[in-house]
Design a binder for this molecule. Structure first.
Ligand SMILES: O=C1O[C@H](COP(=O)(O)O)[C@@H](O)[C@H](O)[C@H]1O
Length: 241
């Protein structure tokens, strides 16, 4: 069953951040009410940063939250390009206990091994007999229509036999190797919150909303599965092209 899909259009970047923080906070509170814990998976990139900062300023039962990552670059956690490092800085104001953060090991010389370890960690945290259903997952969309680290033309959007995958480098695009959650776990999230802003994202957002091969437009994977999907766009990204 599909949990439905809606598009929210924010007037500008500040409103997008405010709405993003509000939606994440509501999903956290609902999960804690229902299950005593909220499990959140975070994407990196520039778009969600302000929403994370605003979220961190809110008063929430932080000790009942657990934080995971949607994808990671093959860098150390203190590297400026680390998705983990960026989100930790954005969330710094929230009193989240250190042991509640579960990062991907982007610095590992064996990324396939790191992917397998992260998958085991997810299965252990969610319970081996349960589905890995994040309460809220933030997602972005790249100028090439990638989401998480599922890049077009690589077959990564079609991976279904693992929850976490190691993605090889793409030297022609200047991209280092990555770790990423795969389509099945993205689709399983209770709330998938896809944030996009700026006119540069207009075309890829429109493509992702149209059915078609996910290998060409990997962000199409967000539309499948049981979870609720919210496209949170600023006015520039939302405009019909
Ligand atoms: O490389 C990445 O890019 C996407 C989109 O980032 P943005 O800067 O355009 O917001 C992001 O969702 C992903 O987590 C990240 O690794």
């Amino acid at each position: 069953m599909n949990g439905g899909e809606e598009t929210l259009v924010a007037a500008d970047a500040a409103e997008l951040a405010r709405l993003g923080a509000e939606l994440i906070a509501r999903a956290i509170a609902a999960a804690i009410d229902a299950r005593g814990v909220a499990r959140i998976a975070l994407s990196g990139g520039s778009t969600p940063s302000e929403a994370y900062q605003r979220l961190a300023a809110l008063s929430l039962p932080w000790a009942q939250t657990e934080w995971f990552w949607v994808d990671e670059r093959a860098v150390a956690p203190d590297h400026p390009r680390s998705n983990y490092g960026a989100a930790r800085r954005d969330l710094a104001a929230a009193p989240i206990p250190e042991e509640r953060f579960f990062r991907m090991e982007g610095e590992s010389p064996d990324l396939a091994g790191a992917a397998a370890r992260y998958e085991r960690l997810l299965r252990a945290r969610f319970g081996v007999a349960s589905a890995v259903s994040f309460d809220v997952m933030t997602l972005g969309i790249g100028d090439d229509a990638h989401t998480a680290s599922l890049f077009p033309g690589t077959g990564a959007a079609g991976i279904e036999d693992r929850l976490v995958a190691a993605i090889p480098a793409q030297p022609d695009k200047g991209l280092e190797p990555r770790l990423t959650l795969t389509a099945p776990v993205i689709q399983e999230a209770r709330l998938k919150l896809l944030l996009a802003r700026g006119a540069g994202k207009r075309g890829v957002v429109a493509q992702a909303k149209r059915p078609g091969p996910a290998d060409e437009v990997p962000a199409r994977v967000v539309r499948g599965g049981p979870g609720r999907l919210v496209w949170l766009l600023d006015a520039a990204a939302a405009q019909a092209g």
